[in-house]
Design a protein around this ligand. Structure first.
Ligand SMILES: CC(C)(COP(=O)(O)OP(=O)(O)OC[C@H]1O[C@@H](n2cnc3c(N)ncnc32)[C@H](O)[C@@H]1OP(=O)(O)O)[C@@H](O)C(=O)NCCC(=O)NCCS
Length: 197
């Protein structure tokens, strides 16, 4: 896949491991997300992983991992999008948006019925994602603020149920937010809701 301007998106290669760690580390500010990515790779949970390159240097990363919807009839395979990262020096050039579009397109090509994520609806809402709970999907944790739980529904017929992360997200403690950040986000959401209502 290639995009206008100066970057290119391609599937990750084993040789990219350190570059991907660096991008995820600088974007998220710490080892937690790079460690999650390595653990997902080691557990065989990764469905697709893409990098953005500028002049041969990896500057962006997006990953899709195997997860499920626990529907009444059966457990249905879906993917989660996490992480999404652009190195700070290359942000606001459209790389993050292109990585999201490429990840959703890859999921569609693989026949995945939906891409779930936790993230800011101000970013993902204009990039093909909708709030998931009003569509009938349950959050895997109450520590995910409700507006943050979103889905790009690729098959409208996907049976409804609770979204279930693979075990690695739990063992790496990467589901939802924890206090004090969770409390801060909830306070901000309450302030917006009281100002608008
Ligand atoms: C989010 C992120 C991947 C966007 O990458 P990017 O390459 O800058 O993305 P784009 O250039 O396509 O889009 C940039 C737009 O996203 C907006 N944006 C970035 N982070 C945002 C956020 N958390 N919430 C809302 N908007 C956000 C920017 O303000 C910018 O908007 P503008 O173009 O209207 O000014 C990047 O900022 C990043 O790596 N952040 C740290 C890690 C992170 O938070 N990842 C997402 C986790 S859900």
């Amino acid at each position: 896949m290639s995009f206008p301007a100066t970057f290119e998106i391609r599937p990750v290669q084993p040789a990219d491991r350190h570059a991907v760690r660096r991008v995820d580390d600088t974007a998220f500010g710490g080892e937690r997300v790079p460690d999650l990515v390595d653990a997902l790779v080691a557990a065989g949970d990764v469905v697709a992983s893409l990098v953005a390159e500028v002049a041969g240097e990896v500057v962006g990363h997006v990953q899709l991992s195997r997860c499920w919807v626990d529907a009444r009839e059966r457990l249905v395979e879906v993917v989660s999008l996490s992480p999404l990262a652009t190195e700070p020096a290359h942000q606001r050039l459209g790389i993050g948006s292109a990585l999201v579009a490429a990840a959703v397109e890859t999921a569609r090509e693989l026949g995945e019925p939906a891409v779930f994520l936790e993230g800011d609806p101000a970013f993902y809402g204009s990039r093909g994602f909708l709030p998931a709970e009003p569509l009938g999907f349950g959050r895997p944790s109450q520590r995910i603020p409700e507006p943050a739980f979103q889905v790009a529904l690729l098959d409208e017929g996907l049976p409804r149920g609770r979204f279930v992360y693979c075990q690695t997200f739990w063992t790496q403690d990467c589901v939802g937010l924890r206090d004090p950040r969770l409390a801060r986000v909830e306070e901000a959401l309450a302030a917006v809701s009281s100002a608008s209502g």
